[in-house]
Design a protein. Structure first.
Length: 395
């Protein structure tokens, strides 16, 4: 029996495809056809939203207005939170449906061909797998996720749509060796370094596309091509993107290093002209700084110590060794921001140095950076692999 939803969603899917085209996120006719043909609402029947108090609520389709809002959201270029771990406080996000525009950007960058076999790391809702199945056929699509519940649900929903990719519950860092080799591997999750197991599972000429994050927010999409037995190389995408981190076990909390007591006995103060919100607003500066700061850093906002309630909050940085910095977002009469920092390292000075280096390098964008991967090391470089500007990734 045909329902109103059956007649509504195709027009919304075509509108989504048109919006992605107009915003420069979709140009390949084959992927446009996939976006128009795959009913995203079947794979994302509900999602969670967080209000200003931090409370999560599930989308409501029991009313006409709720149903309308749900459908509009599904067929918009929006990331949707689809799974929460609710036995923690606050609840922890376990899975999301990525922005369709980011999916299409990645799928186009993947550069697939007819007959290719593709492994996806991070099944989630199955929407990305459905797009791949529409483009390549189910026999060429493999997808893994660490959450057994997500795999089970995605399998049922994909089968209902006529798609039967190979879905496996496992630790995605191992890839899927039993079904290798693959022509392409696409990871819809962030990794601190590209697992060599992924490179091993593509032939020479095969490619791996993932989100490389050497620290929180520090990195972006990178595509490497296997160029030899023990080497893969490629460049970062020109536009910043971010995914949830790869997890090795279901429901696993983020890795929690041992934190030393913050030393506030000796405080250094100075003024800075570097944007206090660099970790969010100046992504490449933050990326360069992260090579010196290290992978474990807490970044956020802290209430001002000033008695003036109208004063904006401070940006707060802390590392496990007890180093810390607080930078006022308020601008002084001299045009700078107040900095207080302490501990064994001066965190904000590391960021200032990274900002200076970025300027010295003529403010490069993401696409000037590349990555070389071997079994023993991974190195980020500027412009060319043999560039004197190289940064090793700690592993």
């Amino acid at each position: 029996m045909t329902t109103s939803l059956d007649t509504e969603w195709p027009a919304l899917a075509r509108r989504l495809a048109r919006d992605l085209e107009q915003s420069g996120k979709l140009s390949d006719p084959a992927w446009r056809a996939a976006v128009c043909a795959v009913p995203r609402h079947e794979l994302v029947p509900d999602y969670f939203q967080q209000d200003r108090t931090g409370t999560w609520t599930r989308s409501d389709t029991t009313t006409d207005e709720g149903r309308r809002q749900w459908l509009e959201k599904i067929y918009s270029n929006s990331v949707l939170i689809t799974a929460l771990r609710q036995d923690t406080r606050p609840p922890r996000v376990l899975s999301s449906s990525t922005q369709p525009g980011l999916m299409t950007r990645m799928l186009q960058a993947l550069d697939v061909r007819e007959g290719h076999r593709v492994l996806e790391i991070g099944t989630g809702t199955g929407y990305n797998a459905a797009l791949l199945c529409h483009r390549l056929g189910s026999a060429g699509v493999y997808s893994v996720d660490v959450e057994p519940g997500l795999i089970s649900t995605a399998r049922k929903r994909l089968r209902h749509l006529g798609f039967t990719p190979t879905l496996v519950t496992c630790d995605g860092s191992a890839g899927l060796p039993v079904h290798a080799p693959f022509d392409r591997i696409i990871a819809t999750c962030a990794v601190p370094a590209i697992p060599w197991t992924w490179v091993e599972q593509v032939p020479v000429g095969g490619a791996v596309l993932t989100d490389l994050k050497i620290a929180p927010n520090a990195g972006s999409l990178v595509r490497v091509t296997r160029t030899g037995l023990n080497r893969a190389e490629g460049r970062f995408d020109s536009t910043y993107a971010a995914f949830m981190g790869l997890r090795s076990q279901p429901g696993e909390p983020d890795r929690s290093p041992a934190w030393a007591h913050r030393d506030a006995t000796s405080i250094e103060r100075h003024m800075t002209t570097v944007d206090p919100q660099t970790p969010w607003n100046s992504m490449i500066v933050w990326f360069l700084a992260a090579f010196d700061i290290g992978p474990d850093i807490s970044i956020g906002f802290a209430g001002s110590t000033d008695t003036d309630a109208a004063r904006p909050p401070d940006v707060s940085l802390t590392t496990p060794d007890g180093s810390w910095a607080r930078i006022s977002m308020g601008i002084t009469d001299s045009g700078g921001h107040e900095v207080a920092q302490g501990g064994p390292r001066r965190l904000w000075q590391i960021i200032e140095s990274a900002h200076d280096l970025w300027n010295q390098l003529d403010r490069p964008g993401w696409d000037r950076f590349g990555l070389t991967v071997t079994p023993s090391e991974q190195t980020v470089w500027l412009d060319q692999p043999d560039s004197p500007r190289r940064w090793p990734i700690a592993q």
